[in-house]
Design a protein around this ligand. Sequence first.
Ligand code: PEP
Length: 251
Amino acid sequence: MRQPLVAGNWKMNGSRASIEVLLSGLKSGVQAVKVAEVAVCAPAVYLADVQSQLSGTAIAWGGQDLSTEASGAYTGEIAASMLNDFGCKYVIVGHSERRAYHGESDETVAKKYKAARAAGLVPILCVGETLEEREQGITEEVVARQLDAVIELEGVDALADGVVAYEPVWAIGTGKTATPEQAQDVHAFLRSRVAARSEAVAAGLRILYGGSMKPGNAAELLAKADIDGGLIGGASLSSDDFLGICTAANS
Ligand code: PEP
């Protein structure tokens, strides 16, 4: 049985003051979340604040990106060990915004996955097609290539230590959500691709959906057999909305 995970991706939003308000809202409402594991992925400069406010609570936290390298002359980069220093459990790798705006290739993302895992962090590997790719009918080809990059570098067992998030690029921050059927089809495809190499890894792998998930559409997405939670952008900036999604996993 896979425990659902609902993870917030705050992206480059917030301030010390707004994050304090958001976290106190989450802390006071999280008791109503009976089933899902809850996590927030914060901008790196706020991780110390997040750690001090969330330590001892039921909410885990993580980073939004990390370096492929362990340490050294990489100005501006953040090493896995630094995320560890601030108590992170998770780190997002290969978010479509990193792929699009920072030119991250599948190979780079796979190296980030490896670096996270080597440090004991749980990588959340994002995969997903653009609207153009969906219209060309190559969604499966795209997500397979993104997934396979990790399997080729590290072997299928590496997925036992991570989480996959299917995030159709056309649904991120656009208000357009994949229908539960569209999402389920891709989730089932991803799981079957892993199962072809290891049934056990596939059975345990949590595959999250991300893309304009909100309290109003979460329950029907989360009801699908292969949707094991959500990676939440915009709606994670409101404690009420985020907790609404987390509690949707209760039913
Ligand atoms: C995301 O960026 O991971 C995401 C899913 O964003 P949103 O929920 O805003 O579409």
